[in-house]
Design a protein. Structure first.
Length: 306
């Protein structure tokens, strides 16, 4: 064990220039992720921004009891789970399929062009992309024109004013914006596969689909498992910027996610302790989901984060 650790230390010292590149990231994480955790204490206090922190009275689990009895909280849980489940079940495989299909393109120039085009929406802020999406979904928008042209609907529909469409709007807009960017890690994993495996399989008579299934997918399975575990642990989260841009008074019943609920309670209503309690509870549940998903993936596939 001592020799192993000594070897690790020698390797780190030998690569000190490369290893030092992570220092800014560590500093950023410490300042913005770890130091703010101290303020979780206000979840157990009746905190007022006008008073010093420790002048606020300690109220124990009062705020936790309050949000658990709040009907609006449970509605936000339902909305969050609904939107996240659709993205997890239908949206998670899409970047994988995109990366697999992209890997099958023989023309390098065409492949790079498709990759570049697919990445571009990711770099458009939701304040802009959300406005574009609302324009497409509005009366006279491209979605209405397309639906009417193919005979799916007879009249124009203001999709974003109908609560029943909101979950699907978030799914389709998120897929359109992030598929190319989400596929990068799968493309990187595929590029690391030994080409000799494909050549050997081709000599054995395997067709393209068989090579994709038995070589490509099996080789990137650990990457898929890790990203799936992280996706499950984040199921109580939502894309706040996306929801904030697409929500309105007419669809709020189906649009208010847990993140938006925390925002409304904390910054809009000024209930800082209450919103911190909700955030604290969500973090605990997310941690539990991480361990549950990790152990399940380890038992089923043998791949896990830890």
């Amino acid at each position: 064990m001592f020799q192993y650790r000594t070897g690790q230390m020698k390797a780190l010292l030998k690569q000190w220039q490369l290893q030092s590149m992570v220092i800014p990231g560590i500093i950023w994480m410490f300042i913005f992720c770890y130091i703010p955790m101290f303020w979780l204490i206000i979840a157990f206090m009746d905190y007022s921004i006008a008073k010093p922190l420790f002048d606020s009275p300690f109220v124990g689990l009062k705020h936790f009891q309050d949000f658990l009895s709040d009907e609006r909280f449970w509605r936000s849980i339902r909305n969050t789970l609904g939107m996240s489940s659709i993205k997890l079940i239908l949206g998670f495989p899409i970047p994988i399929l995109f990366a697999l299909l992209l890997n099958e393109i023989r023309s390098l120039r065409f492949k790079r062009t498709v990759q570049t085009i697919s990445y571009l929406p990711h770099f458009i802020a939701w304040t802009i992309f959300g406005g574009i999406a609302l324009n497409w979904l509005g009366e006279g928008g491209v979605i209405n024109q397309l639906m009417m042209a193919i005979g799916v609907q007879e009249r124009e529909i203001l999709f974003n004013s109908e609560p029943k469409y909101f979950w699907w709007i978030t799914f389709f807009t998120d897929t359109l914006k992030e598929t190319g960017w989400s596929a990068i890690i799968y493309i990187a994993a595929i590029s690391g596969i030994d080409p000799g495996l494909y050549e050997a399989a081709e000599l054995d008579g395997a067709n393209r689909w068989q090579r994709m299934w038995h070589i490509t997918i099996q080789s990137i399975r650990p990457t898929i498992a890790i990203l799936f575990i992280l996706a499950v642990s984040g199921i109580l989260g939502s894309n706040f910027e996306q929801i904030f841009m697409l929500k309105n008074n007419m669809n709020m019943r189906m649009a208010e996610s847990l993140d938006l609920y925390i925002y409304n309670m904390g910054l809009v209503s000024g209930r800082h302790s209450f919103s911190t309690a909700v955030l604290f509870a969500r973090s605990i549940v997310a941690l539990g989901l991480l361990f549950l998903a990790n152990s399940t993936a380890k038992k089923l596939t043998g791949d896990s984060i830890f």
